[in-house]
Design a protein. Sequence first.
Length: 156
Amino acid sequence: MDFNIDDIPALDFIVKQCLLKGQIDINGFLNSEFAEKQEVDGLEFIVREQAIDEFVRLLNILEKTGVCERHITKQGQSTHKNDNTYSFQRKGGFTTLYKEHQKEKERIELEYRKTKVDLDLAEKTLKEFPITKFLAWGGFIIAFLLLLKEIYSILT
């Protein structure tokens, strides 16, 4: 997963803009609350290069998940809605996707711990196997000797 929980609002904003307007470009992102701003002498400025880098990073995430289509032109990059955009947002957007990834991550971690416990038990079983085998043979020999004794006592 290429995104974290802090990226979800910006990603969902881009998806929403794609659905409302059909597309969003860097100007739409710069006008949003998600473009990083710096304060100098009490005035807020958008750091354009950082905002562009962030927008491109978010577009990469959208493209990898197949939610939107990226378009590159002379004016810059933009993203457009595709056949998956509406259904993705209807299913809960990136919040739901993040939760699903977290559940999958927990399941894999649980499976890993289970496998580790199984391995430890198998090693312990293999370690104790010779002792158990020796005791079983000892019990078999004693039982066989007692059988012979009973047969002898019946015959005499």
